[in-house]
Design a protein around this ligand. Sequence first.
Ligand SMILES: Nc1ncnc2c1ncn2[C@@H]1O[C@H](COP(=O)(O)OP(=O)(O)OP(=O)(O)O)[C@@H](O)[C@H]1O
Ligand SMILES: [Mg+2]
Length: 261
Amino acid sequence: MSKTIVVTSGKGGVGKSTVACFLGAKICEFGKRVIVCDLDFGLNNLDIVMGVEEKVVYDLGDAIEGRCRASQALIECPSVKNLYLLSSSHTENSNLSGQNIKLLFEGLKTHFDYVIFDCPAGIDVGFHRAVCACNEAIVVVTPFLSSLRDADKVLSILRSYKLKDIKLVVNMARGDLMAVGECISIKEVENLLKTPVIGVIPADDNILISSNCYLDNSTPSGKAFYKLARSYISGKTKYFDPSKKYVGIIGSIRRGLKKIV
Ligand SMILES: Nc1ncnc2c1ncn2[C@@H]1O[C@H](COP(=O)(O)OP(=O)(O)OP(=O)(O)O)[C@@H](O)[C@H]1O
Ligand SMILES: [Mg+2]
C-alpha cells in the first residue's frame, strides 16, 4: 500500500515544488517507485524542474476525464530511475475534484510506493483538493516569522482533515545564522508549531543550478534531501544540521567569509 503525501505551506515561494521533487528523487535512491503529481493548476512548473516539459502529452485532466489511461499520463524523469511526473491540467473544471484525484490514484497506487502531491500556495480550493486526495502531509516552512504564521494557519486546517501524519520540513535554513542564534532554531520551530520537524534543507545554490531533478549527495542540499528521504522511509527522524560547519574557529571564519560574499 503506497503513501500519499501532500506538500503544502500556506505561504508561496517557500519551496513546496522543490521539496516535492527532490524528496521524490531521493526516495527513489532507496529503490522505491514514486509519482510526483503537480496540483498547482495555475502556476505549474514541475515539468520544468524535472526536465520533462517537452514530453508532456497527457495531463491529470486527460486521465481523469478518460482521454487517456492514468499510466499513459505518467512521464519518467530522465535522470532519476523510478521517478514519474503526473503533470497538472492547464484549465480548471469541476471534474478535477479531490475525490476524483483520489480515485485515479487508487488504481495507480498498487504499482508505486509513494505519491507526492505538490500543492498550490494559499488555502483556497486547490489546497483543499490536494489535501482531500492524501493521507499524510508535509508542511514546508522557512525559519522566518511570516512563513511560520502562515504554516500555523495551514496546520490548524490540516488537523481537521484527520490525516495519518503531519510533519514539517524547514527549507532555506541558514546555517551561518543558526550557529549564532540570529535565526529561529529548529527546536523553536517545533515548539511554535507544535509539530515535529522531519527534515531541514539548507539554502543552497546547488538547488538553483540543478537540472532534471538531480542533486548529488556530496552537496549540502543533496545530503539534506537524502536524510529527509531516509527519515521518511524508516520512520526515524535524523535531519541535516546546516549550522554544523559554522561552529568553532573554522566555522567563525566561514561565517565571516559568507558575510563578505
Ligand atoms: N533550499 C533552497 N536553497 C536555494 N533555493 C531554493 C531552495 N528551495 C527552493 N529554492 C528556490 O526558491 C524558488 C521557489 O521555490 P519553489 O518553486 O519550490 O517554491 P514553491 O513554494 O513551490 O512556490 P509557489 O508557492 O509559487 O508554488 C525556486 O527558484 C527554487 O529553486
Ligand atoms: Mg510550487
